[in-house]
Design a protein around this ligand. Sequence first.
Ligand code: FMN
Length: 136
Amino acid sequence: MKYAVRYYTKSGNTKRLAEAIAGVLGVEALPISEPVTEKVDALFLGNSYYAFSIDPEVRAFIGTLDKNLVGKIVNFGSAAMLNSTYKKVKAEADKVGIPMDAKEFHCKGEFKGLHKGRPNASDLKAAVEFAKQMMH
Ligand SMILES: Cc1cc2nc3c(=O)[nH]c(=O)nc-3n(C[C@H](O)[C@H](O)[C@H](O)COP(=O)(O)O)c2cc1C
């Protein structure tokens, strides 16, 4: 199986999750400024909520994806209040005809005074376990 990891981050939280996941998958965690140019079975896409939605750059990135190259998207993120960006990401993935894996990873991410230090060591461990599980 071939994998790619892309992430969008404003303050580094999602990047840290991406690096933990990519380490398990044996690939590099890259920002969404790096297009997906090789065929992969699964693209792990890290993203979060900013003012109740995903960032326009994430929408635009999903719009660039080629369904002949990307078998499916695996969502992960670190939104502070909401638990999942899944529906927002799926709405964009549907437009380009790329399926979403039903499984995703989410942990709380630090935001203003909330969730200090997160993702923390145990969040990163959970992200590693998630990635291992997704490889089976
Ligand atoms: C400008 C801004 C707006 C945000 N709005 C939301 C929001 O509406 N809902 C939510 O759950 N988290 C919100 N957050 C929290 C982020 O999703 C959270 O801190 C996340 O871990 C940030 O990941 P990053 O460091 O990879 O950018 C917001 C963060 C910022 C900076």
